[in-house]
Design a protein around this ligand. Structure first.
Ligand code: THU
Length: 139
């Protein structure tokens, strides 16, 4: 994948990070999803006074892509308030739903980032194929 597209995704993630609604943690995260169609969907984290409904930036961005009918995710860039903000376990599983080879770009800045495949971040994962192979699926 072209490096320029990584930089564009990081730029968009940085931009949407400013919109994070984080009155409880004050921890800002932005994410940008690239789909096969070439479109980019962005998302920020959105917290809740009752805490558990909080949604991470990654899942906000994925929800936007999928609800537009755009499910062929190729890459997702993430930038947060840590030096490198890695996706939480729940987000890794949600990314997994759409592919093991999705590139996950963990950015500190546009110049400084690490790229992993989802499979590297969530090895030996459970996914859609497991349900296809189940007894229930064979009925
Ligand atoms: N958060 C994300 O948005 N993405 C991550 O990958 C890690 C955590 C959010 C959730 C919560 O709003 C805040 O960061 C602190 O956990």
């Amino acid at each position: 994948m072209d490096k320029n597209i990584y930089v564009e995704l990081i730029r968009k993630a940085e931009e949407v990070k400013k919109k994070a609604y984080v009155p409880y943690s004050n921890y800002h995260v932005g994410a940008a999803v690239l789909t096969k169609s070439g479109k980019i969907y962005t998302g920020c984290n959105i917290e809740s006074a009752s805490y558990t409904p909080t949604i991470c930036a990654e899942r906000t961005a994925i929800s936007k892509a999928v609800s537009e009918g755009d499910r062929e995710i190729e890459a997702i860039a993430v930038i947060g308030d840590s030096e490198y903000t890695f996706p939480c376990g729940v987000c890794r599983q949600v990314i997994r739903e759409f592919g093991k080879n999705i590139k996950v770009i963990i950015a500190k800045s546009e110049e400084d980032y690490k790229v992993f495949t989802l499979d590297e971040l969530l090895p030996h994962s459970f996914g859609p194929n497991d349900l296809k192979q189940s007894q229930a699926g064979r009925k």
